[in-house]
Design a protein around this ligand. Structure first.
Ligand code: ATR
Length: 289
């Protein structure tokens, strides 16, 4: 039974049983000799606000929010960080003593840390293809643009959603956005072929979850390319398999998961954990890449 002097956190989603967030946050807390209580909560599909009200009564200190409640997480907050507002979604809630809630989004920062620090890729001046234009893409597109790539192309099965994302980018991308070559393409190999190779191809779609391949031309990839699938735990997805066959390096979203958690941890505790040992431990429990 948690006591009031041990701060309480939870990850909220539906489904939620698969979430690795409790073990990640416990591992971080241990690095600093801190005790936290961190649980999983299955939230009924229409029940997000009610669960938040309950947690407030139970003196929770914070919550991570995952699919499909990241947009709802914005609506319960009194204060929304700029990066959450831009993403249109929040994954980190902080419960204040006055009963109000702060919403933040650490997904984009998590991806950028994984790419640049763990995977050693330079984003400035790079040529990036972002595949997908749903919530996951929206969470990362502005942080990617802020890294000042030379080219940032968004392609999607439904091209109008990619166009909306690029419009958002142009509107909110800040000074310097005009220096980035941005374009929209349908997700089909014929229209992507003329774009040549990319330094980085990021799959933000949910296609890998269903084991679906993406219609990307082999010419997107070279041995200098990193193909990054934002999902993790599925081993070599069809997207990663195609990229590897074309000579590209591959990565899944495990590093992003741990880095976004580290960023949430530092929002709550003002401490920056060491992510490398946590990534190594989790990696050992997953199918190999
Ligand atoms: P998320 O929040 O995970 O991004 P989403 O908002 O439902 O989820 O978006 C899912 C993304 O995956 C979309 O870009 C979707 O393409 P559409 O906008 O055309 O629907 C993409 N997607 C899902 N399944 C796909 C598949 N089998 N092939 C290609 N793209 C797929």
């Amino acid at each position: 039974m948690p006591t009031l002097d041990i701060p309480r956190y939870a990850v909220l989603g539906n489904p939620i049983a698969h979430s690795r967030s409790p073990e990640i946050h416990q591992a971080f807390a241990k690095q600093f000799g801190r005790r936290i209580d961190y649980s999983r909560r299955l939230v009924p599909m229409q029940g997000f606000a009610a669960v938040i009200a309950e947690m407030r009564g139970e003196h929770f200190a914070g919550a991570n929010v995952t699919v499909p409640f990241k947009e709802d997480a914005i609506s319960v907050a009194a204060r929304v960080s700029e990066r959450a507002r831009h993403a249109g979604a929040a994954n980190t809630l902080t419960f204040r003593e006055d009963g109000t809630i702060d919403a933040d989004n650490t997904d984009g920062a998590g991806l950028i840390k994984d790419l640049t620090i763990n995977l050693g890729r330079a984003l400035e001046g790079a040529s990036i293809l972002l595949v997908g234009a749903g919530g996951a893409a929206r969470g990362v597109v502005l942080p990617l643009a802020a890294s000042r790539p030379a080219r940032l192309i968004v392609c999607n099965r439904s091209p109008e959603k990619a166009a909306a994302l690029v419009a958002l980018l142009r509107e909110r991308g800040g000074p310097g956005i005009d220096r980035i070559e941005c374009a929209v393409r349908p997700l089909d190999s014929n229209s992507l072929r003329e774009l040549g190779e990319f330094d980085l191809v990021i799959n933000s779609t949910s296609a890998s979850l269903g084991g679906d391949a993406l219609d990307l031309p082999v010419s997107c990839f070279s041995k200098r390319t990193l193909a990054y699938d934002m999902v993790y735990g599925n081993g070599i997805t069809p997207f990663l398999g195609a990229a590897r066959a074309a000579g590209a390096a591959v990565a899944d979203g495990l590093g992003m998961l741990v880095e976004q958690a580290a960023e949430s941890f530092s929002v709550w505790h003002a401490l920056r954990p060491d992510t490398a040992p946590v990534i190594t431990t989790l990696r050992a429990s997953l199918p190999p890449l």
